[in-house]
Design a protein around this ligand. Structure first.
Ligand SMILES: [Zn+2]
Length: 420
């Protein structure tokens, strides 16, 4: 499964020869001949990509080498698609650039929009960003009175990390006679359970603080919940997305995964709706929200954006400055910042993705929301609103994300991610 660092590596990649290949493979729903169709589709896409490369490389000898190495990559992708037959449970992404000896393959959950293959100067990251979206790393904790199991869930993959077993005190031999001994033993059992709950609650808090996971989900039986919940630190409670009913000894991993994903999907949907209405509301009051491409680009360049909202099917043109990297929503031929020439970007929502990924900006693709549609299908919730945000400034003057230190010209390196 792909890590954050690996996504960042892809976001930084650039090949001037425009022969960076991005292949997303979404297995077809199982039905007759479906596997064969998958492979044929990949072959067709490869042929089309090759045709594009051919047009670009016409006559130029440097491009000729790029063409040859891209051709080898495409052959390998087609073979891979054939091998993926019968592997219906997994989707796959391949990022390749033979000219730089670059080849990365990742398994993904089968939730891509479809199989696609693109050739560009940058890798095509939207399908990946849609999957990752605001995906936090999730912890799933199963607990009962003397056991606990810890899992992490990322991109549909569940892995068990830790297990705890605190045996309850064995009842004394006198239990069977009732009276004092039996009551005493009962209290010991209750004390042991409480001690165990406290230990697990502390472990969860520590894990959150160490960033082992950002959000978590609990599976436990109703009878234990109130006692365990009472032991949770308020910080851990804030990060809890939900609970499902589970008996730790009998629940299967598959059940844990599907229950946790259901809770996660519900919480994502609520969070997205909340952010949309908060952003629109903030923008109305000229506070911590902006709407519309021009203002969103400006806020991105100013380093103000905390959460970016993009309509699921949003497309817009823009220009980028070949000199300073400034992105502008107005299709102007000269850069308003440095007066150098600009070039057109076909899909600005793709062009800003590397920047979004590099700066760990929370991203939501918003589906069918009439309110959001009215404000232009692109908006951002801001961390702060800077004084200068009415002026257009060059991206190179922008202070980078605090945790990354100052990295001038960051966007400049990614410009034209979606240029044709
Ligand atoms: Zn410029």
């Amino acid at each position: 499964m792909i890590t954050r660092e690996q996504v960042h590596e892809l976001a930084q990649f650039e090949e001037q020869g425009a022969c960076a290949l991005s292949f997303y493979f979404q297995p077809a729903a199982p039905r007759n001949k479906a596997h064969k169709e998958d492979a044929i589709l990949a072959k067709d896409l490869a042929r089309e990509a090759l045709r594009q490369l051919e047009t670009k490389s016409n006559g130029k000898s440097s491009s000729k080498n790029n063409y040859e190495s891209a051709r080898a990559d495409l052959d390998r992708i087609v073979r891979l698609a054939q091998d993926l037959r019968g592997n219906g449970a997994r989707a796959k992404a391949v990022f390749a650039c033979g000219a730089q000896g670059f080849w990365r393959e990742y398994d993904l959950p089968p939730q891509l929009g479809g199989t696609e293959l693109t050739v560009s100067r940058h890798f095509h990251l939207k399908p990946l960003a849609q999957l990752l979206g605001a995906f936090p790393s999730l912890g799933v904790v199963l607990v009962d009175r003397h056991r606990a199991r810890m899992f992490d869930l990322r991109l549909g993959e569940l892995n068990e990390r830790e297990g705890f077993f605190h045996p309850l005190t064995r009842r004394g031999r006198g239990d069977g006679f009732g009276g004092y001994d039996a009551g005493h033993a009962e209290r010991r059992v209750a004390d042991d359970a409480l001690h165990h709950f406290k230990f697990i609650a502390q472990f969860i808090k520590d894990s959150l603080e160490k960033n082992m996971f950002e959000k978590w989900i609990i599976g436990c039986q109703d009878v234990h919940w109130s006692q365990f919940e009472a032991q949770l630190h308020s910080y851990a409670r804030q990060k809890l997305l939900g609970r499902f009913n589970a008996e730790i000894a009998h629940v299967s991993n598959e059940e844990v995964r599907s229950q946790a994903e259901k809770i996660f999907a519900g919480s994502q949907q609520r969070r997205c709706q909340e952010v949309v209405s908060e952003t629109i509301n903030q923008a109305r009051h000229h506070a911590r929200g902006v709407t519309g491409l021009r203002r969103v680009l400006n806020s991105l360049e100013l380093g103000e954006v905390q959460t970016l909202l993009i309509g699921q099917n949003y497309h817009a043109q823009a220009v980028e400055c070949a000199g300073c990297g400034h992105l502008d929503a107005h299709v102007v031929s000269l850069c308003p910042v440095c007066s150098r020439e600009t070039r057109e970007i076909v899909d600005v929502s793709e062009a800003i993705l590397p920047w979004v990924i590099r700066h760990d900006i929370e991203l939501f693709y918003v589906k069918d929301d009439p309110e959001f549609d009215k404000v232009g299908n692109i908006a951002a919730l801001l961390r702060f609103r800077s004084e200068q945000n009415k002026n257009v400034r060059s991206i190179t003057e922008v202070p980078a994300h605090p945790s990354l230190g100052r990295q001038p010209g960051l966007v400049g390196r990614y410009r034209g991610a979606a240029s044709g």
